[in-house]
Design a protein around this ligand. Structure first.
Ligand SMILES: NC(=O)C1=CN([C@@H]2O[C@H](COP(=O)(O)OP(=O)(O)OC[C@H]3O[C@@H](n4cnc5c(N)ncnc54)[C@H](O)[C@@H]3O)[C@@H](O)[C@H]2O)C=CC1
Ligand SMILES: C[N+](C)(C)CC(=O)CC(=O)[O-]
Length: 345
């Protein structure tokens, strides 16, 4: 029996899933396959490309050493992957289906309808789409109530985040079931209550990306400068505190409220080509209240201590990897090709 209210009786409990089907096995589908195998699932994969099986097995084999270092689930094995000749064979006996086909709306609509027809009616189907809404994609499915977006980040076998959201015809149980399943499969899940193009993560990163493209197009910054501004600057902090908590500390003891009162007006300065939202009193208060929730009673001094320890941990980890890479390059006689200007903590 499923743990999530309203799921059909035949649906596996989210923590009891044994077999996952992956439809589409490129960069993301292949990454999902590696993740699910490392978590100890049986995986059945289908991809129509003639060289798909070789590409997929190569991808899994190259991810496996990292996954082994991170720790495999009991019984996890690359041998538990079956590549099938048809879509129906992949999904027929699956407890969950992850679709990762190319990002084309016509293809997503027809493929999700095909998966829906071939997969048992009680099985939840997640789409890796990076921007379409499930409402647009589920229109031709006979049983759209079990279709959800499960948006991963590349590579899905290392980045923990999955954003889960349903469409207009998705039933609540399916969204809850998928969220629980991804958690049981080792992911960190954001369950969204409403559809939003690009979900949360892509909206944030595409804002930065859009500015990067503007600066390159105008000859204002180089690609190297843009990437370094992130890797030696914001990226280090964002790995553990995120942009809101990071700016809370920019306000010193006055926190988010002082940060917004102090720097809020500069949002309207011509720093960005994006239209800034009106910094109304309501938005200000919502930001301050939301930040207070995340702060959860920690003092500014405590937060600063946590930030500094975590940043040093990230920098040390980077320095360790860079030293390993340099040693490997020396052994190969190709030293000098690595980017060793990183953390250095
Ligand atoms: N590449 C990325 O960084 C991310 C991509 N995504 C999403 O993941 C999905 C897949 O993207 P990628 O893996 O990057 O693309 P990709 O081009 O690497 O892989 C797509 C795979 O789908 C296969 N395919 C083609 N037609 C198919 C069909 N009718 N049925 C099943 N498979 C089919 C192709 O042979 C190919 O192996 C897209 O929806 C994309 O938006 C989500 C997060 C990150
Ligand atoms: C480039 N992309 C929009 C497909 C990226 C994503 O969707 C998430 C990621 O991996 O950054």
């Amino acid at each position: 029996m499923a743990e999530t209210n309203g799921a059909p009786a035949a649906t596996a409990a989210p923590g009891g899933v044994r077999t996952v089907a992956c439809v589409g096995a490129g960069v993301i589908g292949g990454g999902w396959v590696a993740h699910f195998l490392a978590r100890g699932y049986d995986v059945r994969a289908w991809d129509p490309a003639p060289d798909a099986e070789r590409r997929l097995r190569d991808l899994v084999a190259s991810a496996w050493p990292a996954l082994t270092r991170l720790g495999l689930a009991e019984g996890a094995s690359m041998d538990r992957l079956t590549v099938t000749g048809t879509l129906a064979e992949a999904v027929a006996e699956a407890d969950f289906v992850q679709e990762s086909a190319p990002e084309r709306i016509d293809l997503k609509i027809s493929l999700l309808a095909e998966i829906d027809e071939a997969a048992p009616g009680h099985v939840v189907v997640g789409s890796s789409t990076s921007g379409y809404s499930m409402s647009e994609m589920q229109v031709k499915a006979a049983r759209p109530e079990r279709l959800v977006v499960g948006h991963p980040f590349n590579p899905p076998y290392l980045v923990p985040l999955v954003e889960v959201v349903g469409g207009e015809s998705t039933e609540r149980w399916a969204v809850e079931w998928a969220s629980e399943f991804y958690r049981a499969a080792g992911k960190q899940v954001i369950t969204m209550d409403r559809e939003l193009p690009g979900f949360i993560g892509n909206r944030i990163q595409e804002a930065a990306w859009r500015e990067a493209l503007h600066m390159v197009a105008e000859g204002e910054a180089t690609v190297e400068q843009i990437d370094r501004s992130m890797t030696a600057g914001m990226g280090l902090r964002w790995a553990f505190f995120g942009p809101c908590l990071t700016f809370h500390l920019a306000g010193g003891e006055g926190g988010m409220a002082h940060m917004l009162d102090h720097f809020g007006p500069s949002l309207k300065a011509p720093w960005t080509r994006l239209e800034a939202p009106e910094l109304t009193a309501g938005l200000r208060d919502a930001m301050v209240a939301g930040t207070d929730e995340v702060v959860a009673g920690r003092s500014t001094a405590e937060l600063i201590e946590q930030r500094d320890r975590r940043m040093i941990a990230v920098m040390r980890a980077l320095a360790e990897v860079e030293a390993e890479e340099a040693a490997e390059a020396r052994a190969r006689g190709t030293e000098g090709n690595e980017d060793t200007e990183g953390g250095g903590a």
